[in-house]
Design a protein around this ligand. Structure first.
Ligand code: ATP
Length: 893
C-alpha cells in the first residue's frame, strides 16, 4: 500500500491518532500533537510526511474552530469529509478542502450511485457548515434529468437549491447567472458574498464544460464552488479543459483514490493520498429534512422585509447636494439603494394594476422623506387614476398630519391639472436657471449650500393619461415633459413617471425616444416589462413585492431583482413616521395644495371667500376653483371697462350655481346699500334658488328686486345708460318689486341715493342684473317699441357696452351659445361680454364663437372653461356648487 512518498507505517500511526482525534473535536489538536511527538521520537519524519502532518494539523485545528453553521465559505477552504481512508492500521476520515476557491471533481458521473451519494453528502455538509443564507446551490444534471438531486427535495423546498438545469439551454442560463454572480462577488464587499455551490452530476456539453472549468480558475473572490462529476471523462476524445484548485477523485470498483488537494498535497509527485477511500453514502433523509427546515425558517426570517428596514437611523440627516438616495429593498441579502442624481435623474416605472406600484412609490417617498429635510426635498405628487395613492400625504378630518415635503398633491387629477403642474415646474426651472447663472455654475449640485434650492421629485402616476387626448393639451404636455426631462437633471428637478400601460406612450408624436432617453432608471413591476428593452424579459417571472430595477434604460444584462416591503401592510409604521416628520416641520410650513378631481367645491369653503370684504377698487365675481397647482379661486374682476359682464353658457343646471356664487361673492364686497341686485329667475327651477339668494342678499343689507321676463326689458332700458332714470345703483327709483319679489329696496337705501348719483365711475355704487336664463327672455327682448322702434335687445346691447362705465353689470346664464351670440348682435360683438364660463358647450362651437381655433376643451360634469377675453385668459375651473346650508351673506366677517 506504499503509494509514492507517504510511508505506510508512519501514515498508519498518524491516521489512527487523527481518526481518534476527530471523534472528539476539542481533543483533536492535543492528541495530534501527541501523535506528532511520538512520530518525532521514532526518528526524523520524511519530507512527505511533514506536509501531511502540517495539513492534517490544520484540519484538526479547523475542526476545533468554528462550530457548525458558522464557517465563512468564501474566505478560505473548509475541510469537508468525503469518506474514510482504509489502511492496514485502521481507517481515518478523509477531509478535503472545499469552497473558499477550492473545488472537487469525480471521474464518474452520477449514474454511478456512489457519486450521487457523495455529491449529496458534500452539499449537505457545506450547507450545514455555513450560516443560513450564506450558500445557494445550483444543480446540473443533463444525463439523469435531475435524478441526482431528488433526495435533496427538502433543500429545494427551502429555497436554497434551485431546480436543476437539465437541458443545454438551462445549463447555459445557469452559467450566465453563475458568471454574473462571480463578477458581482468579485466587485462586491467580501462581507456580502454568498457562496454559489455549482453541482454538476454529469459533465455538461463541451462549451458549457469549458465555462464551468473557467469558474474553477476564478479564485476565492468569485465565491463559487464547483463539484463536477464525470470529469475527466473516461475514454478517447479531446483533452478536457483543465480545472483549477480542484481535488480529483477517481473511482475503481470499490474505492476512490483521492488526488492531491490544491495547495495541500498528500504526495510529492502528484499521486495523491496513499490510501484507498471508501466514499460516504447519502446523508440520512431525516438530517436532510431537518437541515431544510432549519434553512427555510432562517430564510423566512432573513427575507421578512419590513418597511422600517428602509428607514435611516436618524431623520433628515442627509444632504441632497449630490443627489437623493434611498433604500428600496433587497436583492438577495444585499440592500438596494436607488437614487435621483446625475446618473439616474428620472425614473420610469411600469406594472399592471395591482402589481404593487403604489406600494413601491410609498416605500420610495417615505424613504426619501425620512432622509432629507423639507429644505432639501420637495414633492409634487400627481395621480390620474381613481384610488388612494397619495391621500396618505394630505391632512384629513381624521388625521390632520401631512408630509411636510409635499408641496402639491393631485388625486384623481384632470389632464389640465397635470399640465398645470408641469408648467409650474417649468417656471421653477427658469427661476433656478437664473440662480445658477448668478452664481456662475451650471449644476444645482455646485451651488453653495445656503442658496441651493431643494430638489423636487415629481411623481406622475398613470402619466399616459396626459397624452390620451391627442389634442393641444397633449402636445403641451409632451413639450413640457421633454424640456423638463432634458434640463431637469442639472436643476434638481426629477421626474418619476409611472404607468400600468406604456401603450399610447409610443404615440408621443415621435418624441418618446427624446423623452424616455432621459429616464435611465427603469423599474419593472409584475406586468411592467414594457419599460424594459424589448429583448429584456426579466420582468416575466416577477411576483408581487419584487421589481426589476435597471439603471441602463432597460437594457438586458443590467437588471437587479429587488424585493421591497409591503407599505400597505405597515400602515401603522407609515402613520408613525408621518406624524414624526409632521411634528418636526419647519415653523410656518403650509400643508400641500390638494386637488381632488372628484371634489365639488363650495364658495363659502374657499379661502378666497373669507378674504372678500367691502372697500376694494374692483369687485371680483368668483365662479369656481381653478384647476391649477395652488387651487386658487377663479373669477372675473368687474371694472368699468365696456364688456365687463359675465355670461354663463350651457344647459347644465350648474349655470344657476355659478351665477349664485358670482352674485354672493360680489355682494360680500359691498357695504350694505352700496350695491343693488336685480334677480330674474326665468328658467324653470331657478325661482327657489333666486328666492333664497334674494333673502341672503337682503339679510346682508343689499337692496334686491326680483324680475320676471316681461318686466326685464323695461328694467334693462332703465339701467342701460347713465342718463336713463334709475340707471344709478342702490335703489334709484326702481320700478318696484316685480311679481313675487320678497324684498324691496333695503332700509337705508334712501341714504345712499345721493351717493349713487354722485358719478358713474364710483365703483362702490353698483347694479348687478342677474338673469337666470337670458335666452328665456328672447321673445320679450325681441319686441320693438312701436314709437321708438327700439327693441329690448337694443337696450341690452347698450347696457353691455355702457353699463360698466356707470356701475351696471349683467350676470347672465344662457343655455346655448347661439342665443348668446344672437343677443350680442353677432360675432363682431362677442367682446361685449368679456367674461365667459362655458359649461357643457362643445369645444368646437366654443372655439368658433370665440374665434379661437385651437381651443381644447372637453365638456364634462363638474368642469367649466373660464374665458376672459380682455386678458386672454382661458382656463379650466371646477365651478362652485350650491349645496348644503346657505352662507350667511356678508355678516360673518
Ligand atoms: N412588497 C409587497 N409585498 C407583499 N404584498 C405587496 C407588496 N407590494 C404590494 N403588495 C400587495 O399587492 C396589492 C396591490 O398593491 P398596490 O396597491 O401597490 O398595487 P397597484 O399597482 O398600485 O395597484 P393599482 O394600480 O390597481 O392601484 C396590495 O394588496 C398590496 O398589499
Amino acid at each position: 500500500m506504499d503509494r509514492g512518498g507517504v510511508g505506510g507505517q508512519g501514515v498508519g500511526r498518524l491516521a489512527t491518532a487523527y481518526g481518534q482525534a476527530i471523534a472528539a473535536h476539542r481533543e483533536a489538536v492535543r492528541r495530534w500533537e501527541n501523535a506528532r511527538r511520538a512520530l518525532a521520537a521514532a526518528g526524523p519524519p520524511a519530507p512527505d510526511n511533514a506536509e501531511l502532518v502540517a495539513w492534517l494539523a490544520r484540519v484538526a485545528a479547523d475542526l476545533a474552530g468554528p462550530p457548525p453553521g458558522a464557517a465563512d465559505l468564501t474566505a478560505a477552504p473548509v475541510p469537508v469529509r468525503v469518506g474514510e481512508a482504509t489502511t492496514l492500521d485502521g481507517g481515518f476520515p478523509v477531509l478535503l478542502p472545499l469552497a473558499g476557491g477550492a473545488h472537487l471533481a469525480v471521474d464518474c458521473d452520477a449514474r454511478d450511485p456512489r457519486v450521487g451519494e457523495l455529491l449529496r453528502a458534500v452539499v449537505v455538509r457545506l450547507l450545514a457548515a455555513a450560516p443560513a443564507g450564506a450558500v445557494r446551490v445550483a444543480g446540473i444534471d443533463t444525463v439523469a434529468f435531475g435524478a441526482a438531486f431528488l433526495p435533496l427535495r427538502p433543500l429545494l423546498d427551502a429555497g436554497v437549491l434551485a431546480p436543476p438545469a437539465t437541458t443545454a439551454a438551462d445549463v447555459a442560463a445557469l452559467l450566465d447567472e453563475a458568471e454574473r454572480h462571480a463578477r458581482g462577488a468579485q466587485h462586491g464587499a467580501p462581507a456580502d458574498r454568498e457562496l454559489l455551490l455549482l453541482v454538476a452530476a454529469s459533465a455538461p456539453p463541451p462549451r458549457e464544460l469549458a465555462r464551468l472549468a473557467a469558474l474553477t480558475h476564478a479564485g476565492p473572490d468569485a465565491a463559487v464552488c464547483v463539484l463536477i462529476a464525470g470529469h475527466p471523462p473516461a475514454g478517447p476524445g479531446d483533452a478536457p479543459p483543465p480545472l483549477g484548485a480542484t481535488t480529483q477523485l477517481r473511482l475503481n470498483e470499490r474505492y476512490a483514490l483521492v488526488g492531491d488537494p490544491p495547495g495541500q498535497p498528500y504526495s510529492a509527485d502528484g499521486s495523491g493520498l496513499a490510501a484507498a477511500v471508501l466514499l460516504d453514502g447519502d446523508p440520512p433523509a431525516a438530517s436532510v429534512a431537518a437541515l431544510g427546515a432549519r434553512l427555510a425558517a432562517a430564510t423566512r426570517r432573513a427575507e421578512a422585509l419590513r418597511f422600517t428596514d428602509l428607514l435611516p437611523a436618524g431623520r433628515w440627516a442627509e444632504s441632497a447636494g449630490p443627489g437623493l438616495r434611498t433604500v428600496l429593498g433587497r436583492a438577495g441579502r444585499e440592500q438596494v439603494t436607488v437614487a435621483f442624481d446625475d446618473a439616474t435623474p428620472h425614473w420610469l416605472v411600469g406594472g399592471r394594476t395591482g402589481a404593487g406600484k403604489t406600494v413601491f412609490l410609498l416605500d420610495v417617498l417615505y424613504g426619501l422623506a425620512a432622509r432629507y429635510a423639507p429644505a432639501e426635498l420637495q414633492l409634487l405628487l400627481l395621480d390620474f387614476k381613481e384610488g388612494v395613492s397619495f391621500t396618505e400625504f394630505v391632512p384629513t378630518e381624521r388625521d390632520p398630519s401631512w408630509l411636510p415635503h409635499a408641496r402639491a398633491v393631485g388625486i384623481e387629477s384632470d389632464r389640465e391639472y397635470g399640465v398645470a403642474v408641469l408648467r409650474e415646474l417649468r417656471g421653477e426651472l427658469t427661476r433656478r436657471a437664473d440662480v445658477l447663472k448668478r452664481h456662475g455654475v451650471t449644476k444645482l449640485a455646485d451651488l453653495p449650500a445656503g442658496v441651493r434650492p431643494p430638489r423636487i421629485v415629481t411623481v406622475v402616476d398613470e402619466f399616459q393619461v396626459l397624452f390620451a387626448g391627442n389634442d393641444a393639451l397633449a402636445r403641451q404636455a409632451v413639450d413640457l415633459l421633454e424640456e423638463l426631462a432634458r434640463k431637469g437633471r442639472s436643476y434638481g428637478l426629477h421626474l418619476v413617471l409611472a404607468s400600468q400601460s406604456t401603450t399610447g406612450v409610443e404615440a408621443l408624436y415621435g418624441r418618446a425616444e427624446a423623452i424616455f432617453g432621459q429616464f435611465p432608471l427603469r423599474v419593472a413591476l409584475p406586468g411592467g416589462g414594457g419599460v424594459l428593452d424589448p429583448l429584456n424579459d426579466a420582468a416575466k417571472a416577477l411576483g408581487i413585492g419584487s421589481a426589476v430595477v435597471n439603471t441602463a434604460g432597460g437594457a438586458a444584462g443590467a437588471n437587479t431583482v429587488v424585493r421591497f416591503p409591503d407599505a400597505h401592510a405597515a400602515a401603522a409604521d407609515l402613520a408613525t413616521l408621518r406624524h414624526e416628520l409632521w411634528a418636526a416641520r419647519p415653523a410656518g410650513a403650509r400643508p400641500p395644495a390638494v386637488f381632488r378631481g372628484y371634489e365639488t367645491p363650495r364658495l363659502t369653503d374657499d379661502p378666497a371667500w373669507a378674504g372678500l370684504r367691502p372697500g376694494g377698487d374692483v369687485p371680483l365675481a368668483l365662479v369656481g376653483r381653478a384647476v391649477d397647482v395652488a387651487g386658487s379661486a377663479a373669477g372675473f374682476p368687474l371694472d368699468a371697462t365696456p364688456g365687463r359682464h359675465l355670461a354663463v353658457v350651457g344647459t347644465a343646471t350648474a349655470g344657476a350655481d355659478v351665477l349664485r356664487a358670482a352674485t354672493l361673492s360680489l355682494a360680500r364686497q359691498h357695504a350694505p346699500g352700496t350695491a343693488r341686485f336685480l334677480l330674474a329667475p326665468l328658467v324653470a327651477g331657478t325661482a327657489e334658488l333666486a328666492g333664497d339668494l334674494a333673502m341672503t342678499l337682503a339679510d346682508a343689507g343689499h337692496p334686491v328686486e326680483r324680475l320676471d321676463a316681461p318686466a326685464l326689458p323695461d328694467r334693462i332700458a332703465a339701467v342701460a345708460t347713465p342718463d336713463q332714470p334709475g340707471a344709478s345703483a342702490a335703489g334709484g327709483s326702481p320700478a318696484g318689486p316685480a311679481a313675487g319679489a320678497p324684498t324691496g329696496p333695503a332700509p337705508g337705501s334712501a341714504a345712499t341715493d345721493a351717493g349713487a348719483r354722485s358719478g358713474p365711475a364710483d365703483a362702490a355704487r353698483r347694479t348687478y342684473l342677474v338673469v337666470f336664463g337670458v335666452d328665456a327672455a328672447s321673445a320679450a327682448l325681441g319686441a320693438t317699441d312701436p314709437a321708438t322702434f327700439r327693441s329690448g335687445h337694443d337696450d341690452l346691447r347698450a347696457l353691455l357696452r355702457q353699463g360698466p362705465g356707470h356701475g351696471v353689470h349683467l350676470l347672465g346664464w344662457w343655455r346655448g351659445l347661439r342665443r348668446l351670440a344672437e343677443d350680442l348682435g353677432g360675432a363682431q360683438h362677442r367682446d361685449d361680454v368679456a367674461c365667459l364660463v362655458a359649461l357643457n358647450v362643445p369645444g368646437a362651437d366654443l372655439g368658433l364663437h370665440l374665434g379661437v381655433h385651437d381651443l381644447s376643451y372637453t365638456p364634462r360634469a363638474g368642469r367649466a372653461l373660464l374665458v376672459d377675453r380682455h386678458d386672454h385668459r382661458v382656463r379650466l375651473i371646477v365651478p362652485f356648487v350650491h349645496s348644503g346650508p346657505e352662507p350667511d351673506g356678508g355678516d360673518d366677517r
